[in-house]
Design a protein around this ligand. Sequence first.
Ligand code: PLP
Length: 447
Amino acid sequence: MGQAETNLRDRPAVTQVSLDEYWMPFTPNRAFKSDPKIVVRAEGMYYWSDRGHKIIDASSGLFCCAAGHGRKEIADAVGNQLRELDFIAPFLRGHVKSFELAARVAELTPGDLNRIFFVNSGSEAVDTAMKVALAYHQARGQGGRNMFVSRERAYHGVNFGGVSLAGMVNNRRRFGPTLPGVVHMRHTHLKENAFVRGEGAHGAELAEDLVRFVNLYGAENIAACFVEPIAGSTGVLVPPKGYLKRLREICDANGILLVFDEVICGFGRTGKAFAAQSFGVTPDLMTMAKGITNGAQPMGAVAVSERVHDTIMGAAAEGAIEFFHGYTYSGHPAPCAAGLATLDIYRKEGLFERGAELSPYFLDAIWSLKDLGVVADLRGYGMLAAIDVHPDGTPGKRGHILQNKLFDNGLHLKTTGDCAIIAPPLIAEKKDVDIIVDCLRKTLATI
Ligand SMILES: Cc1ncc(COP(=O)(O)O)c(C=O)c1O
């Protein structure tokens, strides 16, 4: 038993558990272990803590659980799948559900993004997309294109590809030089757009940074430009009006692939299946994860345009492996079953449409917090919003206090630095939005 064991011993639901061995991700471990926030159950819009407190989920777990928690259909699908076929090598062998799920995902994606490569997380999806981009250019005889363009304040997961693309300094600063040949456009977080709901009027010209890189490095050296349509983890940076369209034009003019990282935006968060559709811009590759299984199983995917896919296929000798990439758990039967059950729920319950309908009410409610002195900015689109609070001395300190207090007051959400990110499950009703905003108001007033 570890040193932190006693912290839990007094609690009713969790006893005799050492907290020492588990090294928690993206968590101040020592602080957590001195005051653990343990969750023991979830259903619908709510979690329950080991202290018996009911906690409303204001961030869909971590942007995953659009259909709410404890969905029996998904649990049954996974259980049945594991009883029938628990595992099959994904290389050279197949099972039906991976093909079914790919076809169902392709029904949702825009344009000809109809070739789906399964992975286990958003980070793996990003690294996979980088490899697809490199392989595509090699296949069309432009192997010199191996630079990537990303953006300040971007989050693309934590593998080395994604960290190289990353524009959040804490995720890079301890990990050396990362991959060579990655350059960053400026972010679009502009003071001029403060408190603007939806797309800001200012900043479309920041897309011209991509032209500057073309002029500086030569288009013939650039493989792809990666952006989150709405930069999520950095605090819901909604793109300025016209910005994504301009990126598309510059990519087209220069043979650069445009990649949308839709790990947070995908599966209804912006009112359509993907943000690409909400903003009317179709990328060449799209990464997704989280909502694909409602968070019930680890899974991610890359949707690839038929043109890119067919170019890679066509360049390989007949009978040869076309793309030397994949994971032991790519298209694992259990997440595929979860994904199919999840997409059934999204369709049957019209959850993307439901989110679109609730969005104005949700954003009005968030904007009602504008009068609080501690609120420095509000941003939002669809069922995704952010509240910046004024820093109190050390950046991030107040945000951390806020998320702790919110949890104690019965609300779960994610903070990044001094920004709280709100993304309720799409099953939310107006009364749930009221509960969330009421708790936010009361808690914000105390920090
Ligand atoms: C845009 C984006 N890309 C990639 C990732 C990484 O996903 P994962 O944590 O599943 O590796 C995230 C996670 O939040 C994300 O928001």
